[in-house]
Design a binder for this molecule. Structure first.
Ligand SMILES: *Cc1c(COP(=O)(O)O)cnc(C)c1O
Length: 330
């Protein structure tokens, strides 16, 4: 396929006068098209992630990246995507949107991968979607399991690492050279605190990135988004400080939740949220909502009966949550 060639991909140098892209000549800060290759931002990320720029692709959120991978590697009406519920809901939505069928291999109790079942069907799946740390369960998947899947799968193995910064686990981007079928996705939405910008990062072999670059919308990341991300990525010290803060708050919250009578279990979490099983999640959810605190009810999902997913907030916010739960009468 011949990709669209934009004005800014054909002429990359600096000029005095730009009459090539039918832009407005009246300056207002955003009258020019943004850099379609996001070079400065990729340079910055290349340094932070210690990976060549040729192995990085940026998307308008992770959702655009997942969609690009599905479109690049999945043949509509023919191919399948393997997913492991309970997991991020967008995988199924984007598979359906691209007319790819979903092979569902539910996680086992303890939220681990059902390796036997995955082996049995992995030949049929064009793309295997793994989420580690997993949303909504919060646990990381076992490295040995992911490695086995990457070795055996004939297609793409996609690892969604949206929460990797909260985890002690080493990112799979360090092993891209060993597994050429690996695609790793991270985001600036969570630990980096830029959910409003919409910036997802895709890391893979240079060969896979070349393919995705061909099909991405040319100007998929806006100018102000690129500039704001560059500015915020400079604050590595603040980033680490906030990670530590959230880790300590998560531990504190988990301990305070565990002793409440309406709490049955607090699952171990490698992310910035806790999955909590209550005696009656619907009542707790409604009670909290009435107290002005909104959580996410995941009760209808596999292995998540009576579970709420609670994001770690500021200390004062977590205190209010605990105060509310201490007063609850079920
Ligand atoms: C939050 C989240 C994302 C991030 O999505 P963006 O579109 O980058 O904001 C990706 N995957 C999972 C599993 C998530 O929970």
């Amino acid at each position: 396929m011949q990709p669209y060639s934009s004005a800014r991909t054909e002429f990359k140098q600096e000029a005095d006068i730009y009459l090539d892209a039918n832009e407005s000549p009246f300056m207002n800060g955003v009258n020019r098209y943004p850099d379609p290759c996001q070079l400065k931002l990729k340079q910055k990320l290349s340094g932070i992630k210690n990976l060549p720029m040729e192995q990085i692709l940026l998307g308008n959120g992770s959702d655009e990246i997942i969609d690009l991978v599905f479109r690049a590697f999945g043949c509509p009406g023919k191919d399948s995507v393997l997913i492991t519920p309970p997991t991020y809901g967008m995988y199924r939505v984007l598979a359906q949107l691209n007319d790819l069928s979903c092979i569902e291999i539910p996680l086992l109790p303890g939220f681990s991968l059902d390796m036997q079942e995955i082996y049995a069907v992995s030949n049929q799946a064009k793309i295997v979607m793994l989420c580690s740390p997993n949303n909504p369960s919060g646990n990381k998947l076992r490295n040995e399991d992911i490695e086995q899947i990457a070795r055996r799968s004939p297609g793409i193995v996609f690892i969604d690492e949206a929460y990797i910064d909260f985890s002690e686990q080493e990112s799979w981007i360090r092993r891209l050279d060993i597994f050429p079928n690996l695609v790793v996705c991270q985001t600036l939405s969570k630990a980096w605190g830029m959910a409003g910008l919409r910036l997802g990062m895709c890391f893979a072999s240079a060969e896979i990135i070349r393919v995705l670059n061909k099909i991405k919308p040319p100007y998929n990341i806006g100018k102000q988004t690129q500039e704001k991300a560059l500015e915020l990525l400079d604050d590595m010290q603040g980033f680490k400080k906030r990670l530590l803060y959230l880790r300590m708050e998560k531990q504190r919250l988990a301990e305070q939740l565990k002793v409440l009578p309406e709490v049955l279990s607090v699952y171990a979490s490698d992310a910035n949220f806790l999955l909590v099983r209550f005696t009656d999640s619907r009542k707790v959810y409604n009670y909290l909502t009435a107290s002005g605190i909104v959580t996410r009810n995941h009760s209808s999902q596999h292995l998540c009966t009576n579970c709420l997913r609670i994001t770690i907030g500021l200390k004062s916010e977590n205190d209010r949550l605990i105060n509310a739960l201490e007063k609850i009468k079920l």
